[in-house]
Design a protein. Sequence first.
Length: 163
Amino acid sequence: MPGHILPHAGKNGMRIDYAETGKTIAALTDGERDEVALMATVACELHHADDRFDWTGFYRVTDPETLRIGPYQGTHGCLVIPFGKGVCGTAARDGRTQIVPDVAEFPGHIACAASTRSEIVVPVRNRAGQLIGVLDIDSNLPDAFDNTDAAGLAAILARVFAA
């Protein structure tokens, strides 16, 4: 319908409502303990909840100091990322969320897709507090992510993987 406004629409289209999306993800994942199944569900729900999210997925810790592609939505991703390399490897090494307004300005950025302009990567920990991976969200828009996204994503991840 012409002129129709999407729910939670901002200047860039539909934006995620973290509280509502968190409730949906909690309902879908309740009782599930398989990390890959959980990652697949979270990636799918997040990817379709916000028009800024062009690539949404997980890199899993599979070997010491090594991330491997996990469940994701979007075009292909990098298969292996060493800790300390690129945005994902930096988040894994440091254990801190990385918000990158312009990936061209990030030293050592790994360009899995040439269209990516900005990125957020959030560490994922299990109930024992061990790093099991990172959630990576890429956007074709510059400066697409902020601390609201970091907090909202961290809360969802904690509820699903660390509760």
